[in-house]
Design a protein around this ligand. Structure first.
Ligand code: NAD
Length: 473
């Protein structure tokens, strides 16, 4: 039985999409597992003037799929309070503090505060400063901060953002979310990598290439305001793909082996930062055009008809670690692709039997999303294929949704699945040269790809061996 948490959670951006789709259902699941139960309160804030009752109705709507037991959900939502709050208005923080203090007594939350900034990062520094100046951080328990992407748009702005947040929170109090790090399959990786034959072959000695694919079938879905000027490289590679790559490369058996967090940072710091020639050769972007009866990117609402924003990117990183010398790490991500899938495909130098009773394979595919599982096959021999589902793989472990897992870890003060400032800086060091080269590229190389395809033809050329992408779909 896990310990019940005593805490007040303050959620900035409580009327937003992230709160509705992910955070309320995640909190409800934690409630059903009694991780939050009697001694918690959630203060939701945003600009709209909602009543507590209306807020609670919205939360019920968000959690509909999670429970049919209305008593359960009513008990859950009774812990939620709403405060209309403009984050730029000092007086509102005084009201917030008064409400938090009264709830602290009502629910005996032991002075513990978790702040979740589920809104645009341009406000993070301002909120942190106000929380500090209006005395909301002077508490008897812990104070922690949860934030997530986009954390900057380059190294310089990421450092600036961090400086502003550090006016109020110390590094150990900051929990930077990359929700991929909370996904079942990424959590399972250390165990997978420690299967005896995989462990032995998990290096340049056994592996000839690694591919990370993060394909989305949807377009930008009316989010041009965010997407324009961000693009696929910043939206998916700087954070999610690089964290996946770091998790794959981080060894289980380093002598200095620290936490998964430290190991990921080391792996990222060992990736070569690409120079201009390598960027020209190894990185390719694209923009979705017509296809599948969908609008091309340039006709999406809010997108200028000369937009250079990429909706697809593919590229190659390489590690300078002796463990990974010469192993290409390919990645690609795109919107409006043929399928929705987040996966890692690994080609081994020779066939292996990775689990007793299974046929030998030289391609291992780790499917992160949707439906975590692994598959194996011999290259170009479809009849050698097998698949192992999550239950079998884990001896019946329960699947846990990423936000639920990460919020619980933050409540416990466990930091292993969060992004450190060093890790964040390292990702921008890898991304910045590519972005700056692309900004100045003339003539621009931004091919269009058909909606419903696997990206521009040119992206196949960056893979130098005969097999092409292992995941062809
Ligand atoms: P959103 O636009 O749907 O919601 C933003 C929230 O901020 C709203 O509640 C709005 O009322 C509030 N807000 C805006 N200006 C305010 C002000 N001056 N004072 C008080 N409140 C104000 O955004 P979202 O999609 O929920 O995303 C929130 C954050 O999470 C962003 O940083 C986003 O990049 C990140 N994120 C979102 C998702 C997702 O699936 N939606 C996924 C990953 C990361």
């Amino acid at each position: 039985m896990k310990n019940e948490q005593h805490v007040i959670i303050t959620l900035f951006g409580a009327t937003g999409d992230l709160a509705h789709r992910k955070l309320f259902p995640a909190l409800f699941r934690l409630f059903k597992e009694h991780i939050i139960d009697e001694h918690f309160a959630v203060i939701g804030t945003a600009r709209r003037s909602w009543s507590d009752e209306y807020f609670r109705e919205k939360i019920k709507e968000a959690c509909l799929e999670e429970s049919e037991d209305s008593e359960d959900i009513n008990r859950f939502t009774s812990h939620f309070y709403y405060l209309s709050h403009d984050v730029t208005n000092t007086a509102h923080y005084v009201a917030l503090n008064n409400l938090a203090n009264s709830l602290e007594e009502k629910y005996s939350t032991h002075g513990n505060r978790l702040y979740y900034m589920a809104m645009a990062p341009q406000f993070f520094g301002l909120i942190a400063t106000h929380l500090n100046e209006e005395n909301l951080l002077n508490v008897s328990g812990y104070k922690r901060l949860l934030i997530e992407k986009p954390l900057g748009r380059d190294l310089e702005s990421a450092i600036q953002l961090d400086k502003e947040i550090k006016n109020a929170f110390k590094e150990e109090q900051i929990f930077r979310i990359d929700h991929y790090l909370g996904k079942d399959m990424i959590k399972f990786l250390p165990k997978l990598k420690s299967l005896p034959l995989l462990k032995e072959n998990w290096s340049y000695k056994g592996i000839s290439k690694i591919e990370v694919t993060m394909a989305e079938s949807l377009g930008i879905e009316h989010r041009a305001g965010y997407y324009e000027g961000t693009g696929a490289l910043r939206d998916m590679i700087q954070n999610h793909a690089l964290q996946i790559i770091a998790s794959i490369l981080s060894p289980n058996n380093r002598p200095e082996s620290g936490s998964q967090q430290t190991l990921r940072s080391i792996s990222l710091s060992e990736l070569f930062i690409p120079n201009t020639d390598q960027i020209k050769q190894n990185f390719i972007r694209g923009q979705y055009g017509e296809g599948d009866g969908q609008l091309p990117y340039l006709s999406e609402e809010g997108v200028g008809n000369e937009s250079r924003t990429e909706t697809y990117v593919a590229g190659k990183f390489e590690s300078q670690s002796p463990t990974w010398k010469g192993v290409p790490i390919y990645f690609r991500t795109g919107k409006r692709m043929k399928t929705k899938s987040a996966r890692v495909d690994i080609l081994f130098k020779k066939p292996l039997i990775i689990l007793k009773g299974l046929k030998p394979i030289n391609v291992l595919s780790i499917i992160i999303d949707p439906n975590p599982h692994i598959t194996g096959r011999l290259l170009d021999k479809e009849n050698s294929r097998w698949s192992v589902d999550w239950r079998t793989l884990t001896n019946g472990e329960k699947q846990i949704e990423a936000y639920q897992r990460l919020i619980e870890e933050a409540l416990n003060g466990e930091k292993a699945d969060f992004v450190t400032i060093e890790n964040l800086k390292q990702t921008w060091r890898l991304i910045d040269p590519i972005e700056s080269y692309w900004e100045s590229e003339e003539p621009i190389n931004l091919p269009t790809y058909n909606s419903g395809s696997m990206g521009p033809e040119l992206a196949n050329k960056i893979i130098k061996d005969d097999s092409g992408w292992l995941f062809k779909k």
